[in-house]
Design a protein around this ligand. Sequence first.
Ligand code: UT7
Length: 315
Amino acid sequence: MNGVRIIGSGSAVPERVITNDELSQTIETSDEWIASRTGIRQRRVITPDQESLASLATIAGKAAIAMAGIEPKDLDLIILATSSPDDLFGSAAQVQFLLGAENAVAFDLSAACSGFVFGLVTASQFIRTGTYRNILLIGADVLSRWVDWRDRSTCILFGDGAGAVVLQASEQDQLLGFELRSDGKGNALLNLSHGASGYVPITMNGGEVYRFAVKSVPEVLDKALFRANLTVTDINWLILHQANQRILDSVQARMGFATEKVITNLSNYGNTSAASIPLALDESVRSHKIKPSDTIAIAGFGAGLSWGAAIFKWG
Ligand code: UT7
């Protein structure tokens, strides 16, 4: 029973919608510029006195637990992939409390927009070693807190959200292959760093991050496919970190994926960092686009630099 199955998903987004047109009232930009360069039309942003990282993560987690058909007390481990916790010491224990998952140990995992992929692989190791049976993995970020809303080169990109999956020990191992990478040389390209007067809002070299993504993502997807002994045609769905529609299109074209296999929802949510992959996964599962035993390729990329891919069968 040391195989891994992914048996439930859930997601949550804040109530408040900010459209491109609304942004263009406060900064020099337009819906046309944002949509044509990124594919983004709107994003969700938390209302601070009503919503938090932990509240979104908890809603997403509850939905994933319900779909999996287990109880919060059945969880052995909660991994919260986030780079924007409510508490820098970690928010996972707060989520554990809010879920009533009294038997679970909980910790944060920080790998920016690659957090969900890194978390999926980390969670799987605990199952494959026979240590834990039921694990909740949540990818959640509220980067709206860390964006300079006067900086048009970054603020148009990001949104808040949470997505979650439940992994369970099973006879069949449904995690078919993965590849994780880091390169600290590129750290300065995308930063939320601590300076003399505290944390500085997100800074980014957009062009360089773009070039990094379109080169590096196909490399890790190829490696993960090789490990899974599969080719592009064996994959039913490609879910990339939802950063920019042009990055998604470029990776799809370079690798020869059929366009209809690419799942995209970034027009509605923007770049939700660690939440973007599980949010897109959950929407596609709930709309019955993704069906049991479908083979899914995911890839995350972003700050660190960090990037990674995984191939798994759903359900
Ligand atoms: O999780 C990973 C997160 N990061 C990413 O995914 C970033 C990847 N990079 C990108 O998505 C793109 O580089 C951006 C969308 C950020 C920028 O697109 P770009 O085609 O690389 O534009 P650019 O930065 O080269 O800027 C082109 C022009 C500039 O004006 P000039 O110098 O040509 O006169 C910018 O000042 O567009 C201007 N500009 C804008 N104009 C209207 C930059 N931001 C905006 C804006 N509205 N929001």
